[in-house]
Design a binder for this molecule. Structure first.
Ligand code: ADP
Length: 918
């Protein structure tokens, strides 16, 4: 997408129509950049020119024309009450939309009704409930590249220049791309991310190489980049809408000033952003600038910039996130079947979002983790408490998003009612949490601010049912405002007056069926049937003739009508003012309410984890600083939850310390190798978000980084060769894993020829063993690798037991010590339905190959070569070429006893022998 300051008003959008309304349209259009303009006309939103064409294509609207002939203007529209629906579709398709509303009552307008763009809706700046998934945070991110190279200006890119492959403004999404130049080792990038719907705003500086991983962690819906910056890497399964902005939006000084003004501080140092060329500040400034431009409302709820501390969390790169299916399934990118889906038992949207955040950034330090485990343990031990707390939480509304709507002045009376309702539940929730032993629960309890004054004010003011629009009136309780009460009395009394008037007139005129009625056009009238109309008194003024009746007004009736109607109107206006006053009151308590919302979210997550632990029989993991893993009867959290109860086969894991750092798991395909190694990574991750784990017991050494290299099938979509991607990721692991990391590798080296693959896998395991010393689980179908156990002290072989029965194989899914003796690939092919003849033929070929490639001991020849390696050998002896037989002859020569002539003869003979062999 292009920046909003661009002027996309092309000749075709200008048109020739010069009516004042179209002039209004063009003015609005030129102020909202490339966003599609939804222009309110009566009960419809209309789009014109190119926007109409786009809308007709994307939204399936019928394309019509506003005028005929030369002035014909393409037009498409939809009824105003379908706005949210259509906005959602436009955003999902990657567009931005500006909503241009009528900002005065058409009845009071002098000339053409005034219209203004009231909001610009973009993927990263949604606040409407209808457009947001309550369980997902919706972040807007900005990326600012540090600029110290080549003397470029601040905020500008220092990559080789590259544009967004010529996409038109309406082709909303940027194509998948990778940086066009390699980042220098010390280059840094500033990333800021904000959620308009909750007011959360964070920023930090990261090494450039982490850009893709950090974006994958944040998962923004939209990302701002400078027009002069290189393309940003896109996560393959989740598209980020990229919006280009002019470079000045990323300028440091402008950013620092704007941010300081927003937060009412003189410097950003208090937030930990002191550097005078801090790219995090540039990115944060770009976000603020964009929000100001798109949001025509207050941004008061964005009241601080939180520095993100990458040190305290486990580093997980984007492919690991994907491979472990933490929040998105590999197959379809959906939430179902992911770890998050299985462990998310939260009952509030705030809790659900917080849990997703915990899962995307597990903790890498002991104290806060122990605090979470203590809290979960206390809740696991008190079943009635968890039930009661969760019942209460179930009633709680999404306080964070409600408050954001209050701050942006988009809250409705119903929103205030929801806040009041939530405040009403807090005393009970707080009471349930008093006198808890765990520090975290006590802290959450202390953080719940009951805001009693606000609550009683809202309760006194708001009626039982509140409308979505504050202009509708009828939601302030009787007795709250004396002025409102008297206006209402007047309006209601007026209606009584009409009834009396009808009775009196009927008596006075002797017309028994005289009726006083009301319609929007004529207001109040007296209606006489045709049979009676001769009797109409002289002072009746005829207003309307119907088929069977005549309608009249009298001066008296008109006078009273005005009083009644204006009382009604004035009551509504007063109600609106009272509503604004209440909204301000809520806004004044926003900070207290936000912190209460954060406490409620944490209580929800902790009690959800406790509920999960109890129901699924999880245990509290013991966390230790040493790099070890000791798991008894561990289960894969997702498969265990989805399988028929009791059918998942639990397995043990012992890794690190005396047990050695590397487990090599061999076994046939489909035996359960991938499941096992993923299970170990997932259990570690769960322990490090504060959850209990599916195991009988677990001792988990805190990991600083978790790497999962699993499969490679989906990578072709990214335009890179599978093997290249595999090696890039392997290189990253080898270069960045530390002794505290956990690495799981599945079928590494599969993307190339067998010998290449085995050699690389072999060398990689050696490197992890000798140089990195991190906990590693390596699943492979290369039997040759099992020989590593004999040459590397820290490697242990495991295999998955298989029972052979009557030429069939049964996978027992049980991990046992030792190397697998067969690969059973042909048996698996049979299970998969490969024709019997093909299977039989494959067996013959296998027998032949095995006789060629096994040594005298029945061991693959490659593996025997590997066994020659001794500690300290610099040269990889695996696959070393065999020696030429002449060498032994040369070694055997006794030079002392040779004459020069003998020597010459020998040389001549060797030369001939060599020539003969060629
Ligand atoms: P591999 O990596 O060895 O090819 P997978 O780990 O993909 O095998 O497992 C294949 C299938 O076996 C899984 O989809 C799962 O249904 C089943 N499975 C794996 N491990 C277990 C287990 N421990 N208990 C029960 N079923 C299992």
């Amino acid at each position: 997408m292009r920046g909003m300051t661009a002027t996309p008003s092309t000749a075709s959008t200008r048109g020739t129509s010069a009516s004042p309304m179209m002039q209004q349209y063009h003015d609005a259009k030129s102020a909202c950049g490339d966003a599609l303009l939804l222009f309110r006309m009566g009960d419809f939103y209309e789009l014109f020119f190119d926007d109409a064409q786009t809308a007709s294509r994307v939204l399936g609207l019928t394309l019509t024309s506003r005028e005929k002939g030369e002035n014909a203007t393409p037009m498409a529209g939809f009824p105003h009450h379908q706005l949210e629906n259509y906005l959602a579709k436009l955003i999902a398709a990657g567009y931005r939309a500006a909503v241009c509303d009528q900002v005065e009552d058409p009845r009071h307008a002098k000339g053409i009704v005034k219209r203004e763009v009231t909001r610009v809706v973009t993927a990263g700046t949604l606040t409407d409930d209808a457009l947001l998934d309550p369980r997902h945070s919706n972040y807007l991110a900005a990326v600012a590249f540090e600029s110290r190279r080549h003397g470029q200006k601040r905020g500008q890119a220092h990559f080789a220049s590259s544009t967004l492959d010529g996409e038109s403004a309406s082709t909303a999404r940027q194509s998948v791309s990778v940086p066009v130049a390699r980042p220098l080792p010390n280059e840094r990038v500033g990333i800021a991310w904000a959620e308009l719907s909750t007011g959360r705003f964070c920023a930090a500086v990261f090494p450039m190489v982490e850009l893709a991983d950090q974006l994958a962690r944040i998962g923004p819906a939209e990302c701002l980049v400078s027009e002069s910056a290189p393309p940003i890497p896109q996560p393959p399964s989740e598209k980020i809408s990229v919006t280009q902005r002019p470079p000045w939006c990323f300028g440091h000084n402008t950013a620092a000033e704007a941010l300081s003004r927003q937060f009412g501080v003189s410097s950003l140092e208090g937030y930990g952003f002191g550097d005078d060329d801090d790219p995090a500040v540039c990115a944060a400034g770009a976000i603020l600038e964009y929000l100001r431009e798109t949001q025509k409302s207050s941004l008061d709820h964005i009241d601080r910039l939180t520095p993100f501390q990458p040190g305290g969390v486990v580093e997980i790169d984007q492919s690991t996130r994907r491979n472990l299916e933490l929040t998105m399934a590999l197959r379809d990118g959906r939430r179902d079947g992911t770890l998050l889906a299985v462990i998310d038992r939260t009952v509030t949207p705030m809790g659900s979002r917080l849990l997703a955040e915990w899962l995307s950034a597990p903790l890498a330090t002991m104290a806060p983790l122990v605090a979470r485990h203590d809290a979960v343990a206390e809740l696991v031990g008190d079943v009635p408490l968890v039930r009661e707390v969760r019942e209460l939480l179930d009633e709680v509304h999404d306080l964070e998003r409600l408050l954001a709507r209050v701050a942006t002045e988009r809250a409705s009376p119903r929103d205030l009612k929801s806040i009041a309702g939530t405040l009403g539940l807090l005393p009970k929730l707080k009471a349930k949490l008093t006198a808890r032993k765990s520090n975290l629960l006590a802290e959450c309890e202390g953080q719940i601010d009951l805001c009693p004054e606000l609550r009683s004010r809202l309760d006194a003011a708001l009626g039982d049912t509140c409308p979505l629009s504050a202009r509708d009136g009828g939601f302030i309780r009787d007795g709250y405002s004396a002025d409102l009460d008297s206006l209402r009395e007047l309006a209601a009394g007026g209606k009584q007056w009409i009834a009396n008037y009808q009775a009196e007139e009927s008596a006075r005129s002797g017309i028994s069926n005289l009726r006083v009625g009301y319609n929007k056009v004529f207001g109040y009238y007296i209606e006489l049937t045709n049979a009676q109309r001769q009797k109409a008194p002289a002072h009746y003024i005829r207003k309307q003739t119907l088929k069977n009746a005549e309608r009249y007004v009298t001066p008296e009736l008109k006078e009273y009508e005005e009083k009644i109607l204006s009382a009604d109107e004035r009551a509504k206006e007063l109600e609106y003012d009272l509503f604004v006053e209440l909204r301000k009151l809520v806004q004044q308590s926003a900070a207290r309410l936000m912190s209460t919302a954060a406490a409620v979210a944490r209580i929800d997550v902790l009690s959800a984890l406790a509920d999960l632990a109890r129901q699924r029989g999880y245990t509290r993991p013991e966390l230790v600083e040493e790099s070890v893993l000791r798991i008894e009867d561990g289960r894969h959290p997702v498969l265990d939850a989805l399988a028929t109860p009791g059918t998942f086969v639990p397995n043990d894991t012992r890794l690190g310390g005396d047990e050695g750092n590397i487990l090599l798991i061999t076994g046939p395909n489909m035996a359960g190798k991938s499941t096992y190694i993923r299970q170990v990574a997932l259990l570690t991750l769960m322990a490090q978000i504060g959850s209990f784990v599916p195991a009988r017991s677990a001792t988990i050494g805190i990991a600083d980084r978790i790497f999962a290299r699993v499969g490679a099938s989906d990578e072709l979509a990214r335009g890179q060769s599978t093997f290249m991607v595999e090696m890039i990721e392997a290189a990253r692991i080898l270069n960045t894993a530390t002794p505290r990391s956990l690495v799981i590798l599945d079928e590494l080296g599969r993307g190339t020829s067998t010998y290449d693959g085995i050699s690389l896998a072999w060398a990689i395991v050696e490197h992890l063993h000798d140089s990195v010393s991190c906990r590693t689980l390596f699943a492979t179908h290369y039997h040759e690798l099992t020989d590593l156990e004999s040459s590397l002290s820290g490697v242990r072989n495991l295999n998955v037991s298989v029972r052979e029965w009557d030429d069939q194989v049964v996978f027992l899914h049980k991990i046992v010590a030792g190397a697998a003796d067969k690969s059973y690939g042909i048996h698996v092919a049979r299970l998969a339905g490969v024709p019997r003849q093909v299977n039989e033929r494959a067996k013959q070929i296998l027998a032949h190959l095995e006789s060629e490639h096994l040594d005298e001991e029945g061991r693959p020849r490659l593996a025997s070569a590997g066994r020659r390696r001794r500690r300290g050998d610099l040269q990889l002896t695996l696959l070393a070429p065999s020696e030429h037989p002449l060498l032994d002859e040369i070694r055997a020569v006794d030079i002392e006893s040779m004459t020069p002539l003998d020597a010459l003869r020998s040389v001549d003979q060797w030369r001939r022998q060599l020539n003969e062999r060629q």
